[in-house]
Design a protein around this ligand. Structure first.
Ligand code: SAM
Ligand code: DTB
Ligand code: SF4
Length: 334
């Protein structure tokens, strides 16, 4: 076999339907995903590169900017989160930002070159009157030509519909980890509730942005379990953020052993192979990855990232540093 011939070391399972399947209807078992993780690193990246190049421009990366429109004081107890009211992290609870302040932040994001603006709120679930206010913010963001993404916690069906009507393109709602690990991380809600909100977002016609966090002390099988959940959503998410835990003093997960950076790259590669058409987003944790590992992540199929000096309440590489990295790698924004 020559180097240019495609090799498929681990294939997706045979489709259930008699007719040719759409890629999003293929089903992945946890074992098959574990087998991907277990490949020699170079073979895994080679396979991920082939899938990536089949579906995307290999040298283009999309940039989204985050804004915390309602910070802190969240009643949920997510063990990773600096915004939970259960932990003393120094994050103060704030009210929902007003339209003028959000407009200014969105304008700055346009100037910096972002194409998507993601507004996050530290809510378990918004009230209906919150949705009305967020709808106004969304209309403002859309008027600047940005794609709008929201992450506001659990939604009812009418709330999802109202956000769609206001112009929300993507709803971010992460599954965060494998079902069997969920209870170790969060006790104030269950996995099924996340799936229900994702279904509401989908039914309303919004694209789904759904991923998770690695480096929370989970096993490789649990990382594979998270990917299986995501890849088996029908259809799989249009956007898949892969976060590395940002350890914040005061949260229960501060001090957790870090994962091998190559395992993080593997996670990206496996997400790319199992969800070929998705935007796979390098999300929280980039400050700790360094330029070399980020370059490997792009090679493994990451084609989106959070861009801007801040995530929600923690830091992100500054824009000048990201621009320099793009320049060094010959990556263009898309
Ligand atoms: N409250 C809403 C919710 O949980 O869906 C929206 C905001 S919440 C901060 C959005 C996502 O940020 C979480 O689902 C989690 O994946 C991610 N996140 C929060 N804290 C993090 C941390 N310390 N490190 C990495 N990712 C984190
Ligand atoms: C996602 O998956 N990661 C982003 C976004 N979706 C909302 C949030 C990361 C938060 C990191 C910790 C913080 O700054 O609060
Ligand atoms: Fe609240 Fe979201 Fe943080 Fe969980 S991740 S504590 S739901 S803001």
């Amino acid at each position: 076999m020559t180097a240019t011939q495609p090799i498929h070391l681990v294939r997706p399972p045979a489709p259930q339907a008699a007719h040719a399947p759409h890629p999003s209807t293929e089903r992945w078992s946890v074992e098959q995903i574990e087998a991907l993780f277990a490949l020699p690193f170079n073979d895994l990246l080679w396979q991920a590169q082939q899938v990536h190049r089949e579906h995307h421009d290999a040298n283009a990366v999309q940039r989204s900017t985050l804004l915390s429109i309602k910070t802190g004081g969240c009643p949920e107890d997510c063990a990773y989160c600096p915004q939970s009211v259960h932990y003393d992290t120094g994050v103060e609870a704030d009210k929902l930002m007003d339209v003028a302040a959000v407009r200014a932040a969105a304008q700055a994001a346009v100037q910096a070159g972002a194409t998507r603006f993601c507004m996050g709120a530290a809510w378990r679930e918004p009230k209906d009157r919150d949705i009305e206010k967020v709808a106004e913010l969304v209309r403002e963001v859309k008027s600047l030509g940005l794609e709008a993404c929201c992450t506001l916690g659990m939604l009812t069906q009418p709330q999802a519909q109202a956000l769609k009507e206001a112009g929300v393109d993507y709803y971010n709602h992460n599954l965060d980890t494998a079902p069997e690990a969920y209870g170790r991380i969060i006790s104030t809600r269950v996995y099924e509730e996340r799936l229900t909100t994702l279904a509401h977002a989908r039914e309303a016609g919004m694209s789904v942005c759904c991923g998770g966090i690695v480096g929370m002390g989970e096993s490789r099988r649990e990382r594979a379990g998270l990917i299986a959940q995501l890849a088996n959503l029908d259809p799989y998410p249009e956007s898949v953020p892969i976060n590395e835990l940002v350890q914040v003093e005061g949260t229960p997960l501060a001090g957790t052993d870090k994962i091998d950076p190559f395992e993080f790259v593997r996670m990206i590669a496996v997400a790319r192979i199992t969800m070929p058409k998705a935007w796979v987003r390098l999300s929280a944790g980039r400050q700790g990855l360094g330029d070399g590992i980020q370059a490997l992540c792009f090679l493994a199929g990451a084609n989106s990232m959070f861009y801007g000096d801040k995530l929600l309440v923690t830091g992100n590489p500054d824009v000048a540093r990201d621009d320099a990295l793009f320049e060094r790698l010959g990556i263009s924004p898309c």
